[in-house]
Design a protein around this ligand. Sequence first.
Ligand SMILES: Nc1ncnc2c1ncn2[C@@H]1O[C@H](COP(=O)(O)OP(=O)(O)OP(=O)(O)O)[C@@H](O)[C@H]1O
Length: 557
Amino acid sequence: MEKGANFLFAGVNFNKKKFSSDFARFQEKKESDNSVEGFSLFESEKTEPEEVKVSVNKRKRKAIVSESVEGFNVFKSSKQSAPLVNEENVKEEDGQTKAKKELYRQMEWDALFRKKYNIHVSGANVPSPLKTFADLSSRYGSKSYLLRNLAELGYKEPTPIQRQAIPVLLSDRECFACAPTGSGKTLAFLCPMLMKLKQTSKAGIRAVILCPTRELAAQTTRECKKLAKGKKFRIKLMKKELVRRADLSKFSCDILISTPLRLRLAIRKRKIDLSRVEYLVLDEADKLFEVGDLLKQIDPVVKACSNPSIIRSLFSATLPDFVEELARSIMHDAVRVIVGRKNTASESIKQKLVYAGSEEGKLLALRQSFAESLNPPVLIFVQSKERAKELYGELAFDNIRAGVMHSDLSQTQRDDAVDDFRAGKTWVLIATDVIARGMDFKGVSCVINYDFPDSASAYIHRIGRSGRAGRSGEAITFYTEDDIPFLRNIANVMKASGCEVPSWIMALPKLKGKKHRPRRDSISTAPKDEKVLPKLKGKKRRPRRDSISTRPKDAEE
Ligand SMILES: Nc1ncnc2c1ncn2[C@@H]1O[C@H](COP(=O)(O)OP(=O)(O)OP(=O)(O)O)[C@@H](O)[C@H]1O
């Protein structure tokens, strides 16, 4: 499909010569949109006349047109175009008006459809959302293998992010997408990538997907292979062994999935050639753009992908403003797609805050909740690998089938921990934030933030390991006296997704931009002065404990 103004009229028999004045109006609009160094795209939510191809049931259309869509941003730009559909002009200019009317109806139809699915778009000429997966073949000529694989995977209809991001990418537009955790973003970038690559080729490395962790890169590779089943695409995960190869300058594959660190090493030491990459996806983009190691690692990768016609896309469930700014500096004519409200948690997760007072209180609260209602699989997040080891050691006393996952483990141990949890061999997985993003453990019924998350976005991603693909989930967050000043950030997220939050928390002073990683006492129920643990045989351990209360001592309602 063509880009720019031509794309606007794809699928419509529109005489550009005859209606040159109208055509010019659309062109002028588009040029002025792009004139402010690419920034205007994102400043206000705008939608321009869009692709017209779908024939909508007339009666339905009438109903739709007469329905008022209050506050829906698309109509702001519809107002700007109002002279085009002025009733009197419509009567006078018949042929010309027909095409305009069709265009306008399509815009309204798209707007209502987006409203229904809570999709918000910005950018010029945003393509119509997908109604069904069948649109992939009727509108974009997808091969039958893809529809077959989607059906085999049990995907009956596209999720909201898939409805909008797939047509954007299939129209050769760069894309900037934010949708809740577990809402199918992976398919939203894999599907158009496979369709665009069409078939395998030895023309270098054709597409790159960057993920912040090895586990996520491996999971994305598996998903990609499932979706490509029946086609001979060469889909490669950048493993350690591959990076060790002496010379990668001649290495080629259709899709390469990697962490930024491994790909940077391959560029620097093994001369891997990314100059022919046609598609670059930055998954969990805000994590990749986080100032620090990852940002340093993606910079040389983005630069090495020097193909001028490259299509880049950014996906995440959280999109802080600084990431939008950074993205604007690298993307051209991008479309921004937001599903729901930016930076909110999935609404299918029941969220709860539990006051545990002290570190010791947390262990008690955890044991109590396990005793009362352990509904595996449960994922427990802690602040550091040291604490993951400590908590794992504690739960070993409790006859609970637990596993542990942190960055001190070997790759095989990390893989085993994830596989055992997925297979139900372990019921509880204690982990650091290394698996907080992107990991798709389908059945996780509950996430416990044993240690308070260091930011609102960390919270959103952690709890997003439950409640995926429309399932319900539960998230419990323990907090101690030390965490109280940071409660409000999390409470805001909870409130935005419809959970109840005590008013005293909402009245706490606002804290901005600070990461919360306090020094915490070690996780142990052993008395503090006990240096060497005596060997105990058959003795029950019942230490004196502070009482468990769900409210801080000085909290006011
Ligand atoms: N159209 C669909 N219909 C039903 N299930 C789907 C569909 N698309 C994806 N899924 C399933 O939804 C789950 C979540 O998808 P995915 O991992 O892509 O979410 P995500 O939005 O990337 O989440 P996160 O932000 O946590 O990375 C997966 O198990 C996937 O198989």
